[in-house]
Design a protein around this ligand. Structure first.
Ligand code: SF4
Ligand code: MG
Length: 334
């Protein structure tokens, strides 16, 4: 399948008290046409920074570098602001976590959706209104003519997120980047929104990059996934393979900390410790302080991603040496 986005050695640098650090540190990945790629990790792992970097939304003194960020045939890293604005919302659009804060409280819903069409296309009057109503229908909003005239505060969280999806779909993008799109919603609404995104994707064929901390969401809707930790990709592959047969101790840890049927919450295996601050990454594996498998080498040298087969890759010395992960939770208090 052709690739819609290809990222090579992306690096996003910020400065804190004169010290600079890479919040995203040399990551490479791609998204195929029509596919949903999940990016998973705890907060602070660099997943949101990755999406903002691709969209050209990192503000100076933050700096984005890399060998390549190719979207279709365009090198996004070399585009000027005006060209990048043209692509945003038109060919690539974004959906964020908090629909309420992304909508402008003083404009009617219909006008906001209409505006996002008008930025990129010369449509107005009844033609524009029809486009908006069609979008409201597409995202499953009942009584679209009535909702058109509503203000954001009149809508529920789930409805607002549907409106955000309508705005994201306004110009028929080829890629949607969704950053925790359902995290603020309750479980039932969350399922409905994911279902909606899936069905629009089937109809329109766009690619989705879905950023989430929730492996459950990934297993529901994604085709392939990346696991990020401390600015790096530590594992990637087809969702089924990674979830059935995780190779990196961090991925295994995330899976072990998922609630399971018949196991009460107090007994879940949380991964002890925290994601290290980018200012304290050191030279070794960035997961070493939390890993029950850490060896001397792990503290001295950072492992690179290696191919395991069938598109699955992991960055871990244990994997490189052909070790087994079966006993990953041993030594932890279970
Ligand atoms: Fe654990 Fe070492 Fe693998 Fe890092 S490289 S995940 S510390 S075993
Ligand atoms: Mg985030």
């Amino acid at each position: 399948k052709p690739k819609v986005l290809e990222v090579k050695n992306l690096r996003t640098t910020f400065r804190s008290n004169k010290k600079s650090f890479n919040a995203v540190d040399e990551i490479s990945f791609h998204i195929n046409e029509g596919e949903t790629l999940g990016i998973v990790g705890e907060s602070g792992c660099g997943k949101s920074v990755t999406s903002l970097s691709i969209m050209g939304l990192i503000k100076p003194p933050g700096e984005v570098n890399g060998d390549q960020v190719t979207f279709q045939d365009m090198d996004l890293l070399s585009l000027n602001k005006r060209k990048m604005r043209k692509i945003r919302g038109n060919q690539i659009s974004m959906i964020f976590q908090e629909p309420m804060t992304s909508l402008n409280p003083v404009y009617r819903i219909g006008d906001q959706i209409g505006e996002s069409i008008r930025i990129h296309e010369k449509v107005k009057g009844t033609k524009l209104k029809k486009r908006v109503v069609d979008l409201l229908k597409l995202v499953g909003i009942p009584r679209p003519e009535e909702i058109y005239a509503n203000y954001p505060h009149q809508l529920s969280g789930g409805m607002s997120q549907r409106v955000m999806i309508a705005i994201a779909m306004a110009c028929n993008p080829d890629l949607i980047i969704a950053d925790e799109p359902t995290t603020a919603l309750d479980v039932t609404i969350q399922a409905q929104i994911l279902e909606l995104m899936k069905s629009i994707q089937e109809e329109r064929g766009m690619s989705i990059m879905l950023i989430t901390h929730d492996l459950g969401v990934v297993s529901e809707v994604c085709d392939r996934m990346l696991v990020m930790y401390a600015g790096k990709i530590v594992e990637s592959g087809i969702v089924e393979d990674v979830l059935k047969n995780p190779q990196h101790p961090y991925t295994k840890g995330l899976l072990d900390s998922l609630p399971k049927k018949g196991v009460d919450k107090e007994r879940l295996n949380y991964i002890p410790g925290q994601v290290p601050s980018p200012l304290n990454w050191g030279v070794g594996c960035r997961f070493a302080d939390r890993c029950s498998h850490a060896m001397v080498k792990c503290h001295e040298q950072i492992p690179s991603l290696i191919e395991i087969g069938n598109e699955q890759q992991a960055a871990c010395w244990l994997v490189e040496e052909g070790g087994e992960l079966d006993d990953v939770s041993k030594g932890k208090d279970t």
